[in-house]
Write a protein that binds this ligand. Sequence first.
Ligand code: ADP
Length: 394
Amino acid sequence: MKVLVLNSGSSSLKYQVVDMLKEEAIAEGICERIGLEKSQMKYKANGKKEEILHDMPTHKEAIDLVLKTLQGENGVIKSIEEIDAIGHRVVHGGEKFDKSVIVTKEILKEIQNLSSLAPLHNPANALGIEVCMELMPDKKNVAVFDTAFHQTMTREAYMYALPYEDYEDLKVRKYGFHGTSHYFVSQEAAKVLNNPEAKVIVCHLGNGASISAVKAGKCIETSMGLTPLQGLMMGTRCGDIDPAAVLYVMEKRGLTAKEMDTRMNKKSGILGVFGSSSDFRDLSKAIEEGNERAKTAYEMFVHRIKSYIGSYAAALNGVDAICFTAGIGENASKVREDVCKGLTYLGIDFNSEENSTRKDGIQELTKEGSKVKVFKIPTNEELVIAKDTYSLVK
Ligand code: ADP
């Protein structure tokens, strides 16, 4: 009982083989620079790591190489027959998909049609599915959408106050992303709290960052929007700004829509304010060295998270737990501390000592009796994809 999980990007392909009995990855890796020179694959299994330089002009050669390596010397399967199904991360499911589905030709077409909402992601995701259908015609492919978990948001949360026809004709509204992570972490929190009705705020703080409000397992608000650009300040994305600032900068700098899009998605956020790097570890190092712009970027990052938590506590009419996850959320204890120390009014009795002690797995970061609990919960998006895939095909 093994599921191959694929996350196909425009020039990369991340993969895992998940053993469904143990519910853990037994092999994982990434193909990089697909379609470019010097493409290579990184592979990890059985405690060993490999780096394989291999020509991968398209995703077909990449997936072919993954399958061969999985059956090779340091492989985890003897034949492809051991793979029960393939689970694919698909970024945008629009309003059409509120849960994972087995991919048919019609579904594949719908995923491709949603490309106008996610031009950087959906074409690559669809391509990964197409290649698997071609290389393994007898296997089922399941699409797991980043947006699906957020489809429970109600109108007042997802509508933008633009002319109504922009929603009707163009489907412009808030969708939200990182859904598998918000789902996984909020479920884990509800389990620890032993309360399926729990009100949970999940802060997914990685390179991309988003926050969600979850009540009784259902998402009621999230910070990303039509695209992942809205909401928190991120590694290279600006997050919330006055929409008029976009037009002003374009006009003053003579930028095209595409150039402005790149500016907001790839040159803003921590990178934009700090100026040297989008990586949180570089930012932290620069703060220690007294870099003022790094300090500003850090303070903005924390301030935004805190503001969203306040707003979501209001939307939920109270909160039982606040969870931190992803690269920054799981590792940057100072961010967790700086966010939480300004939230005593919510009823958080933060445990600084526990917070600064690095441990694997779930960690409770509040003192006994704290009205609102704070957790560090490692996310596992691949496991959600594998479980959905397995339960649909079995
Ligand atoms: P994504 O999946 O969106 O690319 P990740 O969840 O891997 O992002 O998070 C990447 C971010 O986490 C980077 O900014 C990185 O600097 C930060 N990060 C990773 N490890 C640490 C650490 N030990 N301390 C602080 N930040 C960390």
